[in-house]
Design a protein around this ligand. Structure first.
Ligand code: B12
Ligand code: SF4
Ligand code: SF4
Length: 358
């Protein structure tokens, strides 16, 4: 029961057919995981995770994913490109929920693999399972990590989402071991050369060093994971973003390739979410009720954002718009300013101060 190079090639072909156009594999005891584990410890010890309690809860497993699947030896890592437009909603969240789409595609891969290696056991991981996905992707040869921390893939850039199949079958070829772990780390940032565009462009100066993001300052964290009030200085810098942020990727030269889309097979694109198109209308979102909220987030990665946080975000964004408020904006702000939820009220009062006074 081994993942031979021939089997991996055939698996990659199958993956392509089911909409997973890039596939790599890495042994779970690869020495390149060591510096990433150290980085994770430092991150958690310094409280970088903020309110993301799931990160502390899963520290041990994230460092040793074989404890999720006893006997796991290999991570088969896949990447799916995404597109989208500049919008208050980050690109990855504009299409149908990638968690579901990639899970379904990985199930097809799992079935194919089990037919050829019946003794192998596998576990599908898409985002929420405690696996250092970016590190696994980089070590499996899919690409390299940029100074913004994201995985950049040759020819596809960093607008890619990752998933993995943990597998109890070992890899036959173990070529990456030839490179020292420390060297791998160095090589990662080297691919960026002297460029520091992402670090410089971040609206909230969230990078403490190349490849070291402090999520507590990151707009993605603030809009999606942070449940309470947002620090006023950070709120000022959020612009009109209400769900995630793409700035550090937008400025990256690796995302500039015009022929990129032509390299992606049609089957790989994640389609729009079913139902009516999700236009981020800040006025509507500022006072959305349960039903409106549900229909807005349904079938997308936006599901992660609770209603009150999305209302907070919409009101902060309304407050960040330039110029005096329109009638509709003023009404929305006034309605929210007397809401029963102090989080919403506070964001509304900030918007009122910035848009309708003086
Ligand atoms: C928590 C989380 C967040 C948090 C915190 C991010 C962070 N930097 O930790 C927040 C909410 C801020 C966030 C934001 C985003 N996220 Co996020 N997030 C995650 C999650 C669930 C865990 C990340 C984690 O473990 N962090 C802890 C740190 C220590 O690990 P790390 O960032 O993975 O990897 C670092 C170390 O390994 C380190 N390292 C140190 N030494 C060495 C040595 C070697 C040899 C190597 C290889 C690495 C290494 O380098 C890496 C980069 O800094 C992953 C999914 C997963 N299961 O991994 C998605 C994930 C990283 N997110 C993803 C995405 C798309 C985003 C956003 C682009 C979304 C958006 N548009 O708003 C932003 C990007 C922000 C940014 N510049 O990083 C994708 C990234 C895809 C890619 N191309 O890289 C992932 C993989 C989800 C997925 N399944 O596709 N995210
Ligand atoms: S996602 Fe936005 S806020 Fe977060 S690090 Fe990148 S540029 Fe900064
Ligand atoms: S913007 Fe520059 S420094 Fe940042 S990831 Fe891209 S190439 Fe690297």
């Amino acid at each position: 029961m081994t993942l031979t190079p021939a089997l991996l090639r055939a698996l990659a072909e199958r993956a392509s057919e089911v909409g997973l156009p890039r596939l790599g594999a890495v042994r779970l005891d690869h020495p390149g995981f060591a510096p990433a584990r150290t980085a994770l410890d430092r991150y958690l010890d310094e409280g970088f995770h903020g309110e993301m309690e799931f990160m502390t809860r899963t520290r041990t497993v994230r460092k040793d994913p074989s404890s999720m699947l006893p006997g796991a030896r290999t991570a088969i890592v896949v990447a799916v490109p995404y597109r989208g437009e500049q919008s208050p909603i980050a690109r990855y969240a504009q299409s149908a929920d990638y968690h579901t789409v990639m899970h379904d595609r990985l199930e097809e891969l799992e079935t194919w693999l089990h037919a050829r290696l019946p003794e192998a056991r596998t576990l599908i991981c898409v985002d929420t399972k405690p696996l250092l996905e970016r590190t696994a992707a980089a070590l499996s040869g899919l690409g390299f990590l940029g100074k913004h921390g994201c995985l950049i893939m040759p020819g596809l850039g960093s607008y890619v989402l990752l998933g993995a199949l943990l597998c109890t079958a070992p890899l036959e070829a173990e070529a990456p071991d030839a490179v020292e772990a420390s060297e791998l780390h160095r090589v990662s940032w080297d691919a960026c050369g002297q460029c520091t565009r992402c670090l410089d462009a971040c609206p909230t100066q969230a990078f403490v060093a190349p490849g070291r993001l402090d999520p507590r300052r990151c707009i993605s964290y603030l809009t999606i994971e942070h449940r309470g009030e947002i620090d006023p200085a950070l709120a000022d810098a959020m612009g009109e973003r209400i769900a995630g942020c793409d700035v550090c990727q937008e400025v990256c030269p690796y995302n500039g390739g015009r022929e990129r889309d032509a390299r992606v097979p049609e089957v790989a694109w994640i389609g729009p979410p079913p139902g009516r198109p999700r236009t981020p209308d800040l006025v509507e979102l500022a006072n959305s009720g349960n039903a409106r909220h549900r229909s807005f987030v349904k079938h997308t990665a936006l599901r992660r954002i609770p209603r009150r946080a999305l209302r907070r975000n919409a009101l902060l964004a309304l407050g960040n718009r330039a110029g005096p408020a329109s009638k509709a904006e003023r009404e929305a702000i006034e309605q929210a300013a007397s809401d029963e939820d102090p989080l919403v009220r506070k964001a509304a009062k900030r918007a009122r101060r910035r848009r309708t006074e003086g």
